[in-house]
Design a binder for this molecule. Structure first.
Ligand SMILES: [Zn+2]
Length: 286
């Protein structure tokens, strides 16, 4: 694919083309996807026809082809570019992913209001990780209802490294936590963490899933489109990142869907809401 086509896409995406350089068969510049000012963070190789973001790996989310770049920049795929069809293959992961021995009856869970029966029903429980740290593990299924692994969070999180850890190879970008509890597809409520998702489910709200963070990956967006969801309720955390990501969803990705963002203030996360507020805010979706 020629350099000119990619150059035009950069221009169309309102990237500052003045900071990009062409050398031989490569364009180099700041990453037009995540932004930033590192002038060598991003490159496109015309011979290979692929792009890379060397600092954030943005190509992993959108695909490293030219049509992946078009998706990432939210510009039309130029004519003549082969549109790649991405097929999610989470099933290939490991349909018989090893089951963990979850401890359903644990003081930490009880203290959070989760008795053993409820934990068993939702398949969450305490496990010890390889550093003998106690974690709450959440069982993850794909859209076909196949058990694919776990996501877990240390009970005594020390504030260094990532709070959430997934089992090796779990492709969270192609999964929605809680999809096994979907009852119909008229609407979908997106929350950030499995805790938020389960909290709303326990309060009788239906069709809630968690996106493993305040953003929808390319794969998760494909799932939403494929499921034929008409109304999307975004209940990500009401912090700056969550609010901004929800706006982007409404304005850029799902312009033909009804995208609602319930206002939680003064609460920040869905799982902090008192139960009266859950029924009030999600009344329509219960
Ligand atoms: Zn990037």
């Amino acid at each position: 694919m020629s350099l000119e086509i990619v150059w035009q896409m950069l221009q169309r995406s309102h990237a500052d083309v003045g900071s990009f350089r062409i050398t031989g068969e490569e364009i180099r510049g700041p990453c037009p996807v995540h932004g930033g000012d590192n002038l060598t963070a991003w490159s496109y190789n015309a011979r290979l026809g692929i792009w890379r973001c060397w600092t954030h790996g943005c190509q992993d989310v959108y695909g490293s082809s030219v049509s992946g770049l078009a998706r990432a920049l939210n510009v039309e795929v130029p004519s003549g570019v082969k549109v790649d069809i991405v097929v999610p293959n989470v099933n290939k992961l490991d349909p018989y992913a090893r089951r963990w021995n979850l401890q359903y009856d644990h003081p930490y869970l009880q203290q959070r209001g989760w008795d053993a029966d409820t934990c068993r029903w939702f398949e969450i429980g305490v496990v010890e990780d390889r550093h003998n740290q106690e974690c709450v593990a959440f069982t993850v299924y794909d859209l076909d209802g196949v058990h694919v692994g776990y996501t877990k969070r240390a009970i005594r999180y020390q504030g260094s490294g990532s709070k959430w850890r997934h089992t090796d190879g779990l492709r969270t970008g192609w999964l929605l936590y809680g999809s096994q509890f979907l009852t119909d597809l008229n609407w979908l409520i997106l929350t950030e963490s499995p805790w938020d998702c389960l909290y709303l489910l326990r309060h009788g709200v239906r069709n809630v899933v968690a996106t493993f963070g305040a953003s929808l990956t390319y794969g998760q967006r494909q799932i939403v489109e494929r499921l034929g969801i008409k109304r999307l309720v975004v209940a990500w955390d009401r912090d700056e990142a969550g609010v901004r990501a929800a706006q982007r969803l409404r304005k850029v990705w799902f312009r033909d869907l009804v995208v609602l963002t319930p206002c939680f203030e003064p609460y920040k996360d869905a799982d902090e809401l008192p139960s009266w507020a859950v029924s009030y805010l999600f009344e329509e979706w219960i």
